[in-house]
Ligand binder design. Structure first.
Ligand SMILES: NC(=O)c1ccc[n+]([C@@H]2O[C@H](COP(=O)([O-])OP(=O)(O)OC[C@H]3O[C@@H](n4cnc5c(N)ncnc54)[C@H](O)[C@@H]3O)[C@@H](O)[C@H]2O)c1
Length: 267
């Protein structure tokens, strides 16, 4: 059967209940991986897993707040026990709270860093422990961190978010170096999605208008498109395709890399 590039692999996708993560989980399952969705949204996460299973994939759900070391322990143990291994982690869970620097709130910045930075670091920690030789899964693997085009450009009103996604970019490189030099057998890469017209993307467009940076949502989107060589927004499935590639054997010599899926916006 075509499209089974990940047959036999076992994957955990954080923030897979909805949005990009739901499409990532579906794409990994379509490529043959057994997938566990880890999210704080239990009802939506279970429903997404059920839909993927109805479409012929293998998919389950595990409760996971990525900011909690203890919950990572449990989620990885559940993944290994229920799927029979752990070869792929997609650190996708993330939040965006926009504000011009003159109005940033310490609380919002800390919340964003807790989920976007601490969550990704803990994900790599627990993946490395489980995937390295002698670990609970023990056969190496692939980690893909979801950064953002925001890590590569200077767009107004997202200083904190951009800083958190720049941290994801840098941690990806360091994760790749550590995993290589310390013999974990794990490749670590990241993806930089551009603005996507889903709930998070539309919310940002509305915030841009609220902060007086554009007269209306259409103008806010036009601001993005004016900086995008392909002249269109990318879609969730474009991000999913890039992640499947980075997890596959076709990317077996790729680690410590960042792949833009942004229509060229970050070029
Ligand atoms: N939408 C965009 O335009 C865009 C662009 C670039 C990058 N991204 C990144 O892509 C990723 C997915 O974003 P999305 O657009 O699907 O947003 P979304 O809000 O639709 O989905 C985010 C998911 O993460 C989950 N989540 C939030 N906090 C969590 C926590 N503490 N523990 C576990 N799960 C948690 C949410 O419940 C949700 O299911 C994020 O990292 C985001 O920063 C999005």
């Amino acid at each position: 059967m075509s499209g089974q590039r990940l047959a036999g692999r076992k994957a955990l996708v954080t923030g897979g209940a909805r949005g990009i993560g739901a499409d990532l989980a579906a794409a990994l399952a379509k490529a043959g991986a057994a997938v566990m969705i880890g999210d704080v949204l239990a009802e939506e996460g279970r429903a997404t897993a059920a839909t993927i299973a109805q479409n012929g994939g293998t998919c389950g759900f595990v409760a996971l707040d990525v900011t909690s070391d203890a919950q990572w322990d449990k989620a990885v143990a559940t993944t290994v026990a229920e799927l029979g291994g752990y070869d792929i982690l997609v650190n996708n869970a993330g939040i965006e709270i926009a504000a011009p620097l003159i109005d940033v709130s310490a609380e919002d910045l800390k919340r964003m860093f807790d989920i976007n930075v601490v969550g990704v670091a803990l994900g790599m920690k627990h993946a490395f422990r489980a995937m390295r030789p002698g670990g609970a899964a023990g056969r190496g693997g692939a980690v893909v961190n979801i950064s953002s085009v925001a890590a590569t450009i200077a767009f107004p009103a997202i200083a904190g978010y951009s800083a958190s996604k720049s941290a994801v970019d840098r941690m990806t490189r360091i994760g790749a170096v550590e995993a290589g030099k310390l013999g974990y057998g794990v490749r670590v890469n990241c993806v930089y999605p551009g603005l996507i017209a889903n709930a998070m993307g539309i919310n940002l467009a509305n915030e841009i208008v609220k902060f007086g940076l554009a007269p209306d949502v259409e103008a806010a989107v036009a601001m993005v498109l004016a900086q995008t060589p392909l002249g269109r927004l990318c879609e969730q499935r474009n991000v999913a395709d890039a992640v499947v590639f980075l997890c596959s054997d076709e990317a077996s010599c790729i680690t410590g890399a960042g792949l833009p899926v942004d229509g060229g916006m970050g070029t």
